[in-house]
Design a protein around this ligand. Structure first.
Ligand code: ACO
Length: 309
């Protein structure tokens, strides 16, 4: 009975139990989960590009090995998440098609260029740091395969964050120009990192329902505040500043006050008009097109092996 199914679903959510692939779920819940998981998967895959840009120019063999491993991890996260989306009935090829034709979103942060090697460190520290802040609570997300994927992804992200911070620590012990490079990278990435948490709560159309379903555990503004509070002492230890004149400790609130991100810039980037959107999507599309023969060969091989068996 539809009513019984709905009340079983509601009860599962109310008891903080998990929804699993074979369970009945409202169509809107399924749609929301596919939307969020697909956007997340696309972000991991597109997110390989800004840092991939520095693999051939890493300053030492050790740095190259670390960066290569990190970028490969992002690919793994993407694959893992596409699999989670498939458990909801989504088709991976269709999701990729939507991405390369600009019909599905990915995180705004990956539409900014990586201009110096310090950007690799800052992406590890701030971008992966923001990702962890956002994703640790998602380990308790109500959809089972997504929450479980998050556990593993967060472990790897915390390694990514530490490699970024360690890289920056090393540069800060270097020359004046290396220190300048780090500060400039921080100046460029600070505001876009804050935008990763999404629009302010009063302009976030999905938060209320996603919180009610236990898909999201905190609002965008709560997590943004948590990230600021976490990052300021790390910046002090590193010896860099954030480009925000309004950033100061508020003893009454027990949090840092901070300025307002440029939300016009955020929406422009989300709508496809950021500095690198066109380049990122074109690059993904050409990699996908050039990989067609590999997919065809793998399918032919699988069919042949199945025939032999
Ligand atoms: N970049 C691009 N689009 C964004 C961003 C962003 N930083 N923030 C919000 N949006 C989009 C939303 O996807 C939504 O669009 P849609 O309705 O067409 O899907 C719209 O802006 C309005 O935002 P919200 O109502 O706040 O959307 P939502 O409740 O889904 O919250 C959030 C957005 C916080 C990103 C959430 O989806 C989430 O936690 N996702 C999982 C984490 C994730 O995707 N991380 C990717 C980057 S980290 C990494 O890959 C290293």
């Amino acid at each position: 009975q539809p009513d019984e199914l709905q009340s079983h679903f509601d009860e599962t959510i109310a008891r903080e139990r998990r929804i699993e692939p074979r369970d009945w779920m409202p169509e809107a819940y399924r749609k929301t989960m596919i939307r969020q998981i697909a956007q997340h998967a696309h972000s991991e895959i597109i997110g390989m590009q800004p840092e991939g840009n520095w693999i051939t120019r890493a300053p030492s063999l050790r740095r190259k090995a670390v960066l290569l491993a990190k970028v490969q991890d992002e690919a793994g996260h993407g694959m893992y998440l596409y699999s989670a989306a498939e458990t909801l009935g989504a088709d991976r090829a269709d999701l990729t098609d939507r991405l390369v034709h600009g019909r599905q979103k990915y995180s705004s942060i990956f539409n900014y260029p990586t201009l110096s090697y310090a950007d690799v460190g800052v992406i590890g520290w701030l971008v992966d740091g923001a990702a962890i802040c956002n994703q640790v609570p998602l380990c308790r997300s109500s959809y089972g395969p997504y929450g479980r994927a998050m556990v593993r992804i967060c472990k790897e992200e915390s390694f990514h964050q530490r490699q970024g911070y360690e890289l920056l620590m090393t540069m800060m012990r270097g020359t004046d120009s290396q220190r300048d490079m780090v500060q400039q990278a921080v100046d460029r990435f600070w505001w876009p990192a804050l935008m990763m948490f999404g629009p302010p709560d009063d302009e976030s159309p999905n938060t209320e329902q996603s919180m009610a379903w236990g898909v999201k555990r905190h609002t965008n503004d709560e997590l943004r505040q948590r990230f600021v509070d976490m990052s300021v002492p790390q910046a002090e230890k590193l010896g860099v500043t954030f480009p925000d004149p309004d950033l100061r400790w508020n003893a009454e609130r027990g949090h840092y006050d901070f300025g307002t991100p440029d939300w016009d810039e955020f929406w422009a980037v989300v709508k496809g008009n950021g500095p690198c959107n066109a380049q990122r999507v074109a690059h993904r599309k050409s990699a996908h097109d050039e990989g067609a023969w590999v997919r065809e060969a793998a399918l032919a091989h699988a069919a042949k092996s199945a025939g032999r068996r």
